[in-house]
Design a protein around this ligand. Structure first.
Ligand code: SAH
Length: 241
């Protein structure tokens, strides 16, 4: 759930944006939302734009100040579209995800987003250790608040590997094949390829190594492995006829 990442919105003017942020977060498996003195909240526009992510809105916390909202966070990043005269160390959304998604000890990480019309003030950025940037068109660099949250949450989602797990329909129901099962499969594959006359003994080593690489990339589960072994058995039987 990436629950150690807290999305913090500072003085949001349009409640619809708060709803859109909740939706963007839930799409990426996140639900920890903190609001610093929102202009209107709760609000029907927020619920409407959340479009099914109102559970995220329901558990959102409201704070009187940014310092209160980030009090329990070990790492604080302030998202900004603007070049600042004072320079803070900065990271891109991708660097942030790669750097902190597996942070040891599950430290709380605040991702602070500014006001729609004026962003974050310098004294607020003083509370942040890093500036968080979404690389984009230098001539037109200010994203809509919810779009900015979406990009950052997406990078976290990808970095956490969750997109892989959910991209395969029934992943999770079957356990991944063990090394022993994979070795059994490779032996079977090699034997079958020899039986059908595909594999010359002198080339078998390099071909098997390449095939291992292919299957290593696939992270087969036991059901998928059974299907592949079924195909191998079928072609062996067919070849014997
Ligand atoms: N007009 C404001 C920007 C408002 S956009 C300004 O001048 O700063 C609302 C918020 O979305 C910003 O405060 C920032 O937190 C985030 N945001 C928008 N575009 C961004 C970008 N390119 N990189 C990082 N954060 C961005």
């Amino acid at each position: 759930m990436l629950s150690n990442f807290k999305v913090v919105l500072v003085e949001t003017s349009h409640p619809g944006n708060i709803g859109a942020v909740a939706r963007a977060m839930k799409n990426m498996g996140m639900n920890q939302l903190r609001l610093v003195t929102p202009k209107y909240f709760p609000h029907a526009d927020a619920t409407a734009r959340a479009s099914g992510a109102d559970d995220v809105l329901k558990i959102a916390s409201i704070h009187d100040s940014l310092s209160e909202a980030i009090a329990d966070c070990q790492i604080v990043l302030g998202a900004s579209a603007r070049d600042r005269t004072i320079s803070w160390p900065s990271v891109t959304a991708r660097e942030c995800a790669e750097k902190w998604v597996d942070v040891a000890g599950g430290a709380n990480i605040a991702l602070v987003f500014g006001r729609e019309n004026s962003g974050l003030k310098n004294h607020e950025l003083d509370l942040c250790q890093y500036l968080l940037r979404i690389p984009c068109n230098a001539e037109y660099s200010s994203l809509n608040l919810a779009a900015a949250v979406q990009v950052v949450c997406y990078e976290l989602f990808v970095a956490s590997g969750r997109q892989y797990a959910s991209s395969i329909g029934d992943r999770g129901e079957e356990s991944l094949a063990t090394a022993e099962q994979m070795e059994g499969f490779y032996l079977h594959l090699q034997q079958t390829m020899a039986d059908i006359g595909f594999l010359q003994p002198e080339r078998s080593k390099s071909i098997m190594r390449r095939l291992r690489r292919v299957f290593n990339r696939a992270w087969l589960d036991t059901k998928e492995l059974d299907i592949l072994r079924g195909i191998l058995r079928f072609s062996q039987n067919h070849n014997l006829k």
